[in-house]
Design a protein around this ligand. Structure first.
Ligand code: ASP
Length: 500
């Protein structure tokens, strides 16, 4: 009897992703239902015409049928919840009242119930990321043997990352200028978005990010590397690890050998661990995507469709046009083979929205599939994960232009050049975890004098765009890895055996 061919892991992950989208869409959260927990118990309401909040018999706020998020957020953000009364009016003319309310939420579906499996998966990958960056960069820098070699590879890496970031930002600016996504937003939509998301925006703005190049540089130096490790401050960890790696080559071998072997062992263990963690990836990706799709407010996507499409178009252009061109120009790897190796990387990046969580997978793929030697992969990839964020940079350029357009600012050429500079720095400063690109966008807005509260306009679709922008963020790291390995004559043959 012929043995049935077992599905490869990457195929299973892609299937998990697609099924997750389907499952999430079927069991998506309804935008016309709410669960109100009040003195009278739990009650599901649906298809309301108007929902009115009262305080001491006077109306404080009313919402129409399309304002599910606004209704929830208003309750969440109001300070004296116990004084709030809610009246729900239905199109039939009936109405009901609720008092002593403790929560108003969307009605959960099974699409979200499985999410803890996905959360465990992300936590496991994040658990690995910090020790992996530290250990592999120390070993990577140490195994590049001498300072000159490190400077050469480091220079090439940073040069490559800088050029691709500039291309990404320019692409973002070009598209935002041509498409003008912010010029078509009706003022009522603008007001509604600003009102609904103003508190979310405030939480981000309160983090007080600002651009001072001197402070930025000073802060890259950790006062205490162990604090940097516990806080997951990747830039500081990277600096500490590279310096440690470099100076390990400057002390007698009998001493450095033990340290290098130790970190080499740590790094290999982490990679081994990730291979095992990846066995649950298909299921985890399924649950993560299902929950995100189920939870995502698709009517917000409609409102911000042009903006979202502009970002996604830009991301697609750099991923499927620029990167293949660079791959062709600098290596002999077939474009098709390269992208096939990237399938697990793309699926994990897309479902976790985190370059750091994806790093262990990227490393595994670059070494085992793309034939990049460990000493190059372990230097270029952790560095890239931390500083190379083409997708984020492009997104920040488009988002800044979009917000400026909605507010009616006509950005001059010099202001757009400022975006190029600040978005490059903001992307470097963006930690490789979900949602930070949006916070760093505040720096870009400040630099061109656009109100930072404007991020409220785009928060509603940020999760979706975060998933999308993380994909080029990680693919560019793999690309840099093969380009640099090839330029050093160190690229082994790509393993195409199981690239169906
Ligand atoms: N989620 C992105 C990453 O990890 C960062 C961001 O743009 O928020 O690459």
């Amino acid at each position: 009897m012929k043995k049935r061919k077992k599905l490869e892991l990457h195929t299973k992950i892609v299937i998990g992703l697609i099924l997750g989208i389907v499952f999430g869409s079927i069991f998506s959260l309804s935008t016309t239902k709410l669960e109100i927990v009040s003195g009278g118990g739990e009650k599901e309401i649906k298809d309301w015409q108007e929902i009115i909040y009262f305080k001491k018999d006077s109306v404080v706020k009313s919402f129409d049928a399309n304002s599910q998020i606004g209704i929830i957020k208003y309750f969440k953000n109001s300070k004296d919840k116990k004084d709030l009364l809610v009246e729900v009016k239905y199109p039939s003319g009936n109405s009901e009242k609720f008092e002593a309310i403790t929560s108003i939420e969307k009605v959960k579906t099974i699409g979200m119930a499985l999410k803890p499996i996905g959360d465990i998966f992300i936590r496991l990958l994040n658990m690995i990321a910090v020790p992996l960056v530290l250990a592999s960069l120390i070993v990577g820098a140490a195994s590049l043997s001498d300072l000159k070699h490190i400077a050469k590879i480091g220079g090439k890496t940073i040069g490559f990352y800088a050029i691709t970031a500039l291309i990404a930002i320019s692409m973002g600016l070009l598209l935002a200028n041509i498409i003008q996504p912010g010029s078509f937003m009706p003022p009522e939509t603008k007001d509604r978005l600003l009102e609904t998301f103003q508190d979310d925006a405030k939480t981000r703005i309160d983090q007080n990010v600002s651009l001072n190049i001197v402070d930025f540089l000073v802060n890259i130096v950790p006062k205490n590397p162990f604090a940097a490790i516990t806080e997951g401050n990747f830039l500081q960890i990277v600096l500490f690890a590279i310096l440690t790696g470099i100076f390990l080559t400057q002390i007698p071998t009998e001493k450095s050998k033990t340290v290098i072997n130790f970190f080499d062992g740590v790094s290999e263990t982490m990679i081994k661990l990730v291979e095992k963690i990846m066995l649950i990836a298909p299921y985890a990706v399924f649950t993560l995507i299902a929950a995100t799709v189920a939870e995502f407010g698709f009517n917000i996507l409609q409102t911000l469709l042009l903006y979202s499409l502009t970002v996604i178009l830009g991301l697609a252009l750099i991923t499927f046009f620029e990167y293949p061109l660079l791959l062709k120009a600098f290596t002999k790897i077939k474009i098709k083979d390269f992208f096939k190796t990237q399938r697990p990387v793309i699926a994990v990046a897309f479902s976790t929205s985190s370059s750091a969580a994806t790093l262990p997978v990227t490393m595994d793929v670059c070494e085992k599939k793309l034939g990049v030697p460990n000493k190059i992969a372990s230097f270029v990839l952790p560095l890239g994960t931390t500083i190379n964020m083409d997708g984020t940079a492009l997104y920040q350029a488009v988002a800044a232009m979009f917000i400026a357009q909605v507010y009616g600012f006509d950005l001059s050429f010099t202001q757009q050049l400022t975006i190029v500079l600040t978005a490059s720095l903001a992307a470097i400063g963006t930690a490789p975890v979900p949602g930070i690109g949006l916070i760093m966008l505040i720096i870009v807005l400040q630099s061109i004098g656009v109100p930072e509260e404007g991020i409220a306009l785009i928060i509603g679709v940020d999760r979706l765009l975060d998933m999308c922008r993380t994909v080029p963020n990680v693919i560019a790291d793999s690309l840099a890895c093969v380009v640099i390995a090839n330029s050093e004559g160190e690229l082994k043959k790509i393993d195409t055996t199981d690239l169906a």
